[in-house]
Design a protein around this ligand. Structure first.
Ligand code: ARG
Length: 461
């Protein structure tokens, strides 16, 4: 069992079947540079506690730097017999600095506290990348909203025409969940930036190493309060997987609308050629594959979360090897978002909107019926009655095959004496939108205020 981290108490080496099952280097090698950072910090803690002479500490850091260079340029790779990233790097270190010095580094740490720390470091770094990508998408949505300040589209509930709204309002409605995702990542960081390093296998260390020194060196706020919890807990990993899944869900809801808007029947948008795909058989096709992949990959992100939670369910404290199964799902969630978000942002930034088509459809489906009812309320008609009157007007117009705005004075009077001709002042989509001045409403002034708040919140997160 050459180069392994254990073996003395075994009469034989591990079977090939065990090795094949146990090996994790094909995914945990992604943590190699974090492992090296942990080792630098740990060497400092060992030196501070008197377990490494100044010269030994220096040679240790130099040896670790040599490994880091090899990891970066690809010349250092795990070997087939290496069980995991930790073992692979210890053997490599011993090759560089010799067994005497290289064999000192493992004192006072375990792969259990190491891996729990490294996965946090990895996620914290990628959370920054994802936050930057989210911010770029929010910027693209705000830029599109700014570019179309007066465009009105049919707002929908149950996917049916409901009330006209500003396109800018609708686009900002897709930005707000992303702002909350940014805030979730920020809030998560408080729990994630905690270092289990120094907890050892589970019970803590006898060597008097300073865990705060290690935490600070690694850019983490403080050590774990409890060595058992530090090595066993993965709620922070699951919470990250949840945020990733929620981002996927938020993208998928917008994706669904873009797919609909891009149909001939809607005709609300045209996708840029650089952000749409063709068909291998139908020469005319131009497909919204980015939106469909974003929608599809949301399922994958949810799967990663539920797989991870299922792994954690019922696991006794402290470390169990099941915990090795935490990494592939979150690595996949990270990789997924890091390809989906930039493509999605490019698609949104380059969408062309067809204002005429949106405006044509906006008043259809009697979408101004609520405006008629509220116009009546302003004339002291109780809403219950106003709702009835407006509903009766819808029915009268539907029977005649006309829109509300086409109802003659006679039709209006026939439905109700309250419906005088000046009701027409609210029977335009512009008038309807302009009058929704309540908090968070679709009136242009409210949408402009909301934009300021949206950008502030996004930048503060
Ligand atoms: N590879 C393991 C993991 O990813 C860490 C090693 C712990 N192994 C052990 N036998 N305690 O969780």
């Amino acid at each position: 069992n050459e180069g392994a981290l254990w073996g003395a108490r075994f009469a034989t080496g591990p079977s090939p079947e065990l090795q094949a099952l146990s090996r994790s280097t094909h995914f945990d090698w992604q943590l190699a540079l974090y492992d090296i950072a942990g080792s630098h910090a740990h060497a400092k803690a060992l030196a501070a506690a008197g377990y490494l002479e100044a010269d030994e500490e220096r040679r240790m850091h130099e040896g670790l730097d040599a490994l880091a260079a090899g990891i970066r340029d690809g010349s250092l790779q795990p070997r087939p017999g290496d069980e995991d990233v930790h073992g692979a790097l210890e053997s490599a270190l011993i090759e560089v600095v010799g067994a005497e010095l290289g064999g000192r580094l493992r004192a006072g740490r375990s792969r259990n506290d190491q891996i729990a720390t490294l996965v946090r470091m990895y996620l914290l770094d990628h959370a920054r990348v994802i936050a930057r990508d989210l911010l770029a998408l929010i910027d693209a949505l705000v830029a599109q909203a700014d570019a179309h300040p007066a465009v009105i589209l049919p707002g929908r509930t149950h996917l049916q025409h409901a009330q006209p709204v500003l396109l800018a309002h609708h686009l900002q409605a897709h930005a707000w969940p992303l702002v909350r995702d940014l805030e979730r990542l920020r809030d998560w960081r408080v729990r994630a930036a905690v270092s289990p390093y120094g907890g050892g296998a589970l019970a803590g260390s006898t060597l008097g190493l300073d865990p705060q020194l290690v935490a600070t060196e690694l850019g983490l706020d403080r050590p774990s309060e409890n060595s058992l919890d530090g090595t066993a807990a993965r709620d922070v990993v699951a919470e990250f997987a949840f945020i990733a899944a929620q981002i996927g869900i938020d993208l998928s809801r917008f994706a669904e609308e873009i797919i609909l808007w891009n149909t001939r029947e809607f005709g609300f948008v045209t996708l840029d050629d650089g952000y749409s795909t063709g068909s291998s058989i139908m020469p005319q096709k131009k497909n919204p594959d980015i939106a469909e992949l974003a929608r599809g990959k949301a399922g994958r992100l949810v799967g990663n979360l539920s797989g991870l939670l299922t792994t954690l369910k019922g696991l006794p404290i402290a470390y169990n090897r099941d915990l090795q199964e935490d990494k592939e799902p979150v690595f996949d969630s990270v990789a997924t978002l890091e390809v989906v978000l930039p493509a999605f942002t490019g698609m949104v930034a380059t969408l062309s909107f067809h204002a005429d088509r949106m405006a044509e459809l906006a008043p259809q489906g009697f979408s101004l019926a609520t405006d008629v009812a509220e116009w009546l309320v302003k004339r002291r008609v109780p809403f219950r009655e106003a709702h009835e009157i407006s509903g009766a007007l819808v029915r009268a117009c539907e029977q005649r095959g006309i829109g509300l705005e086409d109802a003659s004075d006679e039709v209006l009077a026939e439905v109700s004496s309250h419906l005088t001709p000046d009701v027409r002042e609210v029977l335009s989509i512009e008038g309807s939108v302009a009058s929704r001045t309540g908090a968070g409403g679709t009136a242009p002034a409210r949408v402009a205020e909301q934009r300021v708040e949206l950008v502030e919140r996004a930048q503060a997160a």
